[in-house]
Design a binder for this molecule. Structure first.
Ligand SMILES: Nc1ncnc2c1ncn2[C@@H]1O[C@H](COP(=O)(O)OP(=O)(O)OP(=O)(O)O)[C@@H](O)[C@H]1O
Length: 372
């Protein structure tokens, strides 16, 4: 006789846990370290960590595509209770893969139409039109999916997931084959705008921390199947530092748009103006712009510099420093609750006699901000 658990697949009466709740979730990968996770009903969260650490396994378990035990509840609906799992198609979730998995034998338009047809929250037609343009998919609509390049197929698959517009959207390295300039300058700003207008809970897995930073303000870190709680980006950056992931590191900055004139964007952060040229996006006064600053592009002065060709000069507080293996020192600087990093030589660090808690002046050129 089959035993039906009372809460399984049904809406619970508690209204205070309407996001995602994962308790003691165990797959064959993480028997020793059950996953615990609580996320709100909406918001974009990154998920990163070394290869093979378990990120895809977690996403597959959340989507009901990987055998597991424990408890998963989303929007007050029980998806997993012990060993009993709600079927994938009954979960208000979508999962996008690196290898696209488009429906074979169909055109791009058919793939997108199906996603809209089975959406519980279908997007208005004008929204779909705009997304088609932004993703550069309009000219490909009548192509069979077999003829798409790897990058085109990924863009179509991502768009298909947006058209489906599930309340929980899981992405597993969805842009790894797409041209990086297009990702940073066009697709990520489009996605940020989209989720601001159509909120969902989004978990975005990527090895590209720039991509994560341009999309999310918080990120989960997975290492050897150990899952962190959502962390501020600068906390995740510490893990990346210690793993010597790359020579350079970039910090996410969010600032308010003041004006865009003659290709020069003026932003405001903590009462200070920031200037950026080579701007690709359309910005209007009051918009929030998100960009990245390369640690190696920032210099530091003890005193406020005089007139200089370097347009940007921000008063910052030194909140941490760390010596890197290659002889440089990475400084953690804070301005208006935002954290940026500057890499300087150890010699400069000694000459400036930097002290934590003191105010300095960070300079960078108007051409430095990336992603605008
Ligand atoms: N279906 C499966 N059955 C058994 N083991 C698996 C299965 N899928 C993945 N694994 C193993 O589980 C571990 C975690 O894999 P997973 O794909 O979740 O890692 P990941 O963090 O997403 O890696 P990457 O960043 O390389 O995509 C790996 O050692 C992998 O070989």
């Amino acid at each position: 006789m089959e035993i039906t658990l009372p809460l399984f697949g049904t809406t619970t009466s508690t209204s205070d846990s309407c996001g995602l709740s994962v308790e003691g979730l165990v797959t064959s990968l993480n028997t020793a370290t059950p996953w615990e996770l609580t996320l709100p009903a909406t918001g974009v969260f990154g998920l990163t960590g070394p290869s093979g650490s378990g990120k895809s396994t977690l996403l597959a378990a959340l989507a009901g595509q990987r055998r597991c035990r424990g408890n998963i509840t989303f929007a007050n609906t029980v998806w997993q209770r012990g060993r009993r799992a709600l079927a994938t198609h009954k979960r208000a979730a979508s999962l996008g893969f690196q290898d696209s998995r488009l429906f074979a034998g169909q055109s791009v338009a058919d793939n997108l139409a199906l996603a809209r047809k089975y959406s519980h929250r279908p997007l208005p037609a004008e929204e779909c039109e705009q997304l088609l343009k932004a993703f550069g998919i309009a000219p490909l609509l009548h192509q069979p999916v077999e003829l798409l390049s790897g990058g085109e197929a990924q863009r179509v698959a991502l768009l298909r997931q947006l058209f489906h517009n599930a309340p929980l959207q899981l992405f597993d390295e969805p842009l790894s084959a797409v041209d990086r300039a297009q990702v940073l300058r066009s697709l990520l700003p489009t996605l940020r705008d989209f989720w601001a207008r159509y909120p969902a809970l989004v978990l975005w897995t990527s090895h590209d921390f720039d991509e994560v930073q341009l999309l999310a303000q918080r990120c989960l870190w997975m290492q050897s199947a150990d899952l962190s709680a959502p962390l501020p980006l600068f906390e995740v950056a510490k893990y990346l530092d210690s793993k010597a992931v790359g020579d350079s590191f970039r910090s996410r900055i969010e600032a308010r748009v003041e004006s865009l004139r003659g290709g020069l964007l003026t932003l405001e952060l903590g009462g200070v103006s920031i200037y950026a040229d080579r701007v690709a996006g359309d910005y209007r006064k009051g918009d929030t712009a998100v960009f990245l600053l390369e640690a190696g592009d920032i210099s530091l002065s003890v005193e406020k510099p005089g007139l200089s060709s370097i347009l940007n000069c921000l008063p910052v507080t030194l909140t941490g420093k760390k010596h890197l293996a290659d002889g440089r020192t990475r400084l953690q600087l804070t301005l208006a609750e935002q954290v940026l990093y500057a890499d300087i030589s150890q010699l400069s660090c000694e000459r400036l006699q930097l002290r934590e808690g003191s105010t300095y002046f960070a300079q960078f050129k108007a051409g430095s901000p990336a992603g605008l």
